[in-house]
Design a protein around this ligand. Structure first.
Ligand code: NAG
Ligand code: NAG
Length: 452
């Protein structure tokens, strides 16, 4: 009897614990399709075997807790996409984990860094109205302080406003959109024509010009970054979508002498540059250390130095001599713009071969560096076995022997190719995908299952 009571008690406690956890993150099943319609949902589509999903789990719980405690209308859930694969593919889930905000008929994918603050910010931004009204000067100033880049529609109802609303409801995944009357803007801002779309950033503002800037959505995509950024692999990937050239100062951020001597003045000077017309074609920033750039260009850049990347064709430009003055920087930039600067890299066939070889080499190097013994074992043992076999085959004089060797060679070759292909795929994922990795549904699944 006592035992029954005890287990009953345990059951109740477990149920209680479960229900508090559920209150933050709800486990979703096939009924979700019908029950979701009246609410806004933030859903983590995961696979039980996926390592990145496990890493996300505690963060996801915090996201749920934070949204709940802040009184957000967004409900947080998670769905085992392997158990409900039909529904998952209906929502366009192709890798794990996939984070989506579902709002009526719309599904917004989250592609940013998987941290609590970033995800909560995303949920709040996307769950709210696509265009937020700024009714007063105070409100406008408040928002200017909070956001580095501010898109504002100014004017009465118009076809442009409709277009703006459409663009906003799509690009709200990246940035905020506001609307204001002219009276809500600071006095220093004078607009020659209304209605118009203005972006406030880098201490200034400029307006959208339908004839020069192309479609509103491509303009917003181009201008949604500050002119000067701290750049890492993830931002570089995002910047690639703007179609601008990316000029990066490669520096050691932690080095205090460099910080005071070089970057600060360089930064200030660059900021001045940005306000000039060049910012239409360029995105500026700095990157800490040269590791990422080195692996990107498969070479070695000095620190400090400047590199300009053309993300649309993977070409890059390096100054012929170290840049120390503003004139040199301007000259370097104009050389790139007028086509006289030497372009390296590219996305041609030879570059791709080079990339595969480079990745294979750096994988082998990293294995040796992290554990030389394992490296010897992994690469040395097969080599030893193969040479022994070759030796045996060569010394045994028979026609069959040479055929065997050919077969062996062929086999060896195909294996290598497969390996390289896999690495290329990984590389491509690293380059093309966001810094936070996503696991492919297909190929990797069985592998992951085994390790767990
Ligand atoms: C960057 O690449 C694009 C696409 O190939 C090309 O049209 C453009 O001219 C390139 N820009 C520079 C400065 O080389
Ligand atoms: C391109 O710009 C560089 C740097 O300003 C200049 O030295 C060079 O003469 C220019 N070339 C052409 C073809 O305009």
């Amino acid at each position: 009897m006592a035992e029954v009571k005890a287990s009953l008690f345990c059951g109740v406690v477990a149920a209680l614990l479960c229900s508090t956890a559920l209150a933050f993150v709800e486990d979703l099943d096939e009924t979700f399709k019908d029950t979701r319609v009246n609410d806004i949902w933030l859903v983590d589509f995961y696979a039980p075997w996926c390592g990145y999903c496990k890493k996300l789990e505690p963060i996801w719980f915090d996201v749920g807790a934070e949204l709940k405690s802040s009184g957000s209308p967004v409900r947080v859930g998670k769905m085992d996409a392997t158990a409900y694969s039909g529904m998952a593919s209906e929502f366009g889930v192709r890798g794990y984990p996939t984070i989506k905000l579902l709002k009526g008929d719309l599904a917004f994918s989250y592609k940013g860094p998987r941290t609590k603050d970033d995800i909560v910010e995303f949920a709040n931004r996307v769950a709210g109205p696509a265009v937020r009204a700024l009714p007063s000067k105070q409100m406008f100033e408040h928002m200017m302080k909070r956001h580095d880049v501010l898109f504002v529609y100014v004017g009465a109802d118009s076809p442009l406003k409709e277009k703006y609303n459409d663009v906003a409801s799509e690009l709200i995944v990246y940035t905020y959109f506001f609307s204001a009357s002219e009276e809500a803007l600071p006095e220093s801002v004078s607009l020659s024509e209304l209605p118009t779309v203005v972006v406030f950033k880098d201490g200034g503002h400029f307006t959208y010009d339908e004839y020069e800037d192309g479609s509103l959505s491509s303009w917003v995509n181009k201008e949604r970054f500050q002119g000067y950024l701290q750049i890492d692999g993830f931002t570089l990937y995002e910047l690639g979508e703007t179609g601008k050239l990316v000029a990066i100062a490669v520096i050691h951020e932690k080095d205090p002498t460099e910080q005071s001597d070089r970057t600060t003045p360089a930064r200030n000077r660059v900021t001045v540059l940005i306000s000039s017309l060049i910012s239409r074609d360029f995105q500026f920033g700095h990157m800490d250390g040269n590791d990422y750039i080195n692996s990107l260009i498969m070479g070695e850049v000095a620190v400090p130095s400047v590199i300009i990347l053309n993300t649309s064709n993977e070409q890059y430009f390096l100054p012929s001599e170290p840049i120390e003055t503003m004139e040199q920087l301007v000259q370097f930039i104009s050389g790139v713009l007028n086509g006289s600067a030497q372009a390296y890299g590219g996305d041609g066939f030879i570059q791709r071969i080079k990339r595969v070889a480079f990745d294979a080499k750096s994988t082998i190097m990293s294995v040796f560096r992290s554990s030389p013994l394992l490296g010897c074992f992994l690469f040395g043992l097969p080599l030893g076995v193969i040479s022994l076999m070759c030796y045996g085959i060569c010394t045994a004089e028979s026609d069959d022997g040479s055929e065997d060797m050919d077969a062996l060679k062929r086999e060896g070759l195909t294996d290598e190719e497969e390996e390289e292909e896999e690495e290329e795929r990984q590389r491509a994922a690293e380059l093309e995908g966001p810094a936070e990795e996503e696991e492919d549904v297909g190929e990797k699944a069985p592998e992951e299952k085994k390790t767990d």
